[in-house]
Ligand binder design. Structure first.
Ligand SMILES: NC(=O)c1ccc[n+]([C@@H]2O[C@H](COP(=O)([O-])OP(=O)(O)OC[C@H]3O[C@@H](n4cnc5c(N)ncnc54)[C@H](OP(=O)(O)O)[C@@H]3O)[C@@H](O)[C@H]2O)c1
Length: 340
């Protein structure tokens, strides 16, 4: 009989999460109650925020407890249904963690039916999924872009950053990316059509960024923090906006509460830019609208994306460590089963 294979939190990490922080186990799949469905998960999404949930620190949501299934989104196919809302074969995205099978109540808000017109099952974890919505709402609602302005975004070849720059181009802005290494920068400039992309690992970020932004920076979409933010800060124009989406360079710090965050760096400026942290769930009520819009841009060729695909639930911890070091090139996924 098929079992559910799942990855749980075995120990809280100090710094980079080692293999001993994860526990792979198999458990029975319970019989379905009325109005429940069983999902075979095909794709897991690995996302930087998961690292924060492993710490014993409450942020905008509660931390994982030891023994909990590692948090995360996934997408898959309904293989049993006791609900009139779902049929066998329906495609779904769920926010129920690193596991091969999910039993869910059909009306669980963490469950969303996938409309294939908007994109593939894997794209619903990336460009038309949570990262795409993060880019869209963070830029349009917090960044408040105006045509002709200059936007800078780091982690520019990644899931969120790649969409931020392309949406900025759609809205008529100059988009400058920052990414790690020449291959990622080439992709951002030549394939995603950003106006420029600077390799922050090449050693002269401040000078190259100033040259790429001759009119200063009007929107800095914050994904990474640290030295990148310090290079951006002096170039921010009066009236600049900084949507703070995340600061991945600090996520593996042994004590993130002692980190120098973008808030410290921005607040120390003579002219403090408008800035705030946002969470994509602020716009949950507009999920369908954003998914459709992002999907239409993808089908029109205005929004391109890349996926970095690993295989096997047992390999997810190693792939996750790679994501926090920039080994991914595009949206990091783990394939754990075929869709057919
Ligand atoms: N607020 C929200 O609701 C929300 C939602 C989703 C994501 N986020 C945040 O958005 C950011 C991007 O997430 P994502 O899912 O799109 O990940 P991603 O960009 O696909 O992957 C992470 C990338 O971060 C870069 N990076 C890693 N360590 C770095 C460092 N020390 N300095 C500079 N760059 C570093 C790497 O790119 P390079 O090789 O180019 O350095 C890596 O590929 C993260 O901060 C994440 O927490 C926030």
């Amino acid at each position: 009989m098929t079992k559910n294979t799942r990855m749980t939190l075995a120990k809280r990490p100090l710094g980079e999460p080692g293999d001993d922080c994860f526990h792979l186990e198999q458990v029975d799949i319970p019989e379905l109650d009325e109005n429940q469905i069983l999902i075979r998960v095909c794709w897991l999404s690995l996302d930087p925020y998961m690292r924060g949930r492993m710490n014993d620190v409450k942020s905008y949501t509660d931390p994982l407890q030891i023994g909990d299934v590692i948090t995360g989104e996934s997408s898959g196919v309904v293989i049993k249904s006791n609900s009139s809302s779902f049929e066998i074969g329906d495609k779904v995205a769920a926010h129920m963690g690193w596991q091969s099978h999910i039993v869910a109540n059909a009306d669980d808000p963490r469950l969303m039916k996938v409309d294939s017109n908007n994109g593939s099952l894997s794209a619903h974890l990336g460009v038309v999924g949570m990262p795409g919505r993060t880019a869209y709402f963070g830029l349009t609602e917090v960044g408040k872009p105006k045509a002709g302005e200059t936007l800078v975004v780091a982690a520019a070849s990644g899931a969120v950053g790649s969409a931020v720059g392309q949406i900025a181009k759609i809205k008529g802005l100059r988009a400058v990316g920052i990414a790690g290494g020449p291959e990622k920068c080439r992709y951002v400039k030549e394939e995603l059509k950003f106006d420029d992309c600077i390799d922050y690992k090449a050693g002269n970020l401040a000078e190259e960024l100033a040259a790429a932004c001759p009119d200063g920076i009007d929107i800095y979409f914050e994904n990474v923090g640290g030295d990148v933010t310090k290079a951006v800060a002096p170039l921010l124009n009066k009236g600049a906006r900084v949507p703070i989406c995340g600061y991945i360079s600090n996520y593996n710090d042994e004590d993130i509460t002692k980190a120098e965050t973008p808030f410290h760096i921005l607040k120390a400026l003579d002219e403090v830019p408008e800035h705030r942290f946002f969470v994509v769930t602020e716009w949950n009520d507009r999920w369908v609208e954003a998914t459709r819009l992002l999907g239409s841009w993808v089908s029109e060729g205005k929004l391109k994306y890349k996926e970095s695909i690993g295989e096997g639930l047992e390999n997810a911890p190693e792939i996750f460590r790679g994501l926090l070091k920039g080994k991914n090139f595009g949206k990091q996924l783990v394939k754990i089963a075929d869709e057919d």
